[in-house]
Design a protein around this ligand. Structure first.
Ligand code: 9Z3
Length: 335
């Protein structure tokens, strides 16, 4: 068994000691083919990460630590990126929300409630017709058309992760694949990623037994993955990370700290309870300039141009598309 380095992993020591997920090669081949196609078509490509990572406590996993995220931010944002003409690599936690189907989440808007059965239409040969209730048709049609169009245009490619280990391996591999399109690539890192993990070498093989009193687990820190992303894997990509805090007083200092430490393009700060109504973009207009803050807010009951309840992701993506276009247009040396 490999000796795991104690407590602080660099990205390098992490990948040298923690096993790659078994589906990695297959997943990477899919992304490679997708990116090659988008490159031919001249489309910009965004990697959207979404949902929370788990940290298993046992090799035969019964218990795990989870990070909060329903996947709403990522799934909603992916739809607006598609609308803006981007190709989307949607890398999400298995079973978290996905673009389009998110509108019919089983708990808030169950799909079966959209349907009607017409008993008159049945006979001994065929079952009755099923139709969409008239009151639900217009909304469903809009979602369905956008979904079918993204599929027909081969504009979206989906990948799943569960553990933080799956996430880290996939993120590195996908970033390297996307780097071939240079400045046309955008990274939108909305997944809620654990800061702590249990190295494979320290995990119990079987279910941790009770009966010995309280459970004490010492976890190691997950390596700061944005650093090698910015410096090595995606040097020309436009990188947007999210910072989640629950104490509003920490949001700006933490977001500024992340931008200073990693040197990427934007940190979007959000407070857990206000995340659907306000976010803050923390960035520098040009390298060397002071860090500035730009708040995006939507009022309660806001309605968009199509007459639907406004989602803050619409404004987040519009702002990012503008900034990404400016980034593409700028000379590399100017940044
Ligand atoms: C976010 O901050 C996302 O906006 C949310 C979205 C997870 C709050 P939902 O999926 O929630 O709509 O329910 N994501 C990033 C969270 C994160 O783990 N950030 C790390 C940090 O804060 C840096 S990568 O340290």
């Amino acid at each position: 068994m490999n000796e795991a380095p104690s407590s602080q992993f660099s990205a390098e020591s992490y990948f040298a000691t923690q096993p790659a997920p078994p589906t990695l090669e297959h997943d990477v081949a899919g992304v490679r083919a997708f990116v090659a196609r988008q490159r031919e078509l001249g489309r910009k490509v965004v990697l959207v990460t979404s949902g929370g990572t788990t940290v298993p406590l046992e090799l035969n996993v019964v218990r795990y630590l989870d990070n909060f995220s329903a996947g709403t931010r990522g799934a909603t944002s992916a739809e607006y990126f598609l609308q803006a003409g981007y190709a989307v690599v949607f890398m999400h936690r298995q079973f978290s929300l996905q673009p389009f189907s998110r509108h019919y989440s089983h708990s808030t808007n169950p799909f079966l409630d959209l349907l009607d059965v017409d008993p008159q239409s049945s006979d001994s040969q065929s079952p009755p017709n099923i139709s969409v209730m008239p009151s639900k048709r217009a909304e469903l049609l809009e979602v369905l058309q956008a979904y079918k169009s993204a599929r027909a245009l081969e504009q979206i490619h989906t990948l799943t992760f569960v553990t933080v280990n799956d996430y880290l391996w996939l993120l590195r591999a996908v970033s390297q694949e996307l780097s071939v399109i240079g400045r046309q690539s955008l990274y939108y890192l909305a997944a809620a990623v654990s800061d702590f993990f249990l190295p494979r070498q320290k995990m119990s093989e079987h279910k941790i037994q009770s009966g010995k009193g309280s459970l004490i687990i010492e976890m190691d820190q997950v390596p700061k993955i944005l650093k090698p992303m910015v410096d090595e894997w995606s040097r020309e990509g436009f990188i947007v990370s999210f910072k989640l805090e629950t104490d509003p007083a920490l949001l700006i200092p933490k977001a500024r700290g992340a931008l200073e430490r990693y040197g990427h393009q934007i940190v979007v700060g959000n407070d857990l309870h206000r995340r659907k109504y306000e976010v803050v973009f923390v960035s520098r207009e040009h390298a060397g300039q002071d860090i500035s803050e730009h708040w995006l807010r939507i009022g309660p009951g806001a309605i968009n141009a199509l007459g639907h309840p406004k989602e803050i992701e619409e404004d987040i993506i519009a702002e990012l598309v503008k900034r990404h276009d400016a980034w593409i247009a700028a000379e590399p040396s100017a940044n």
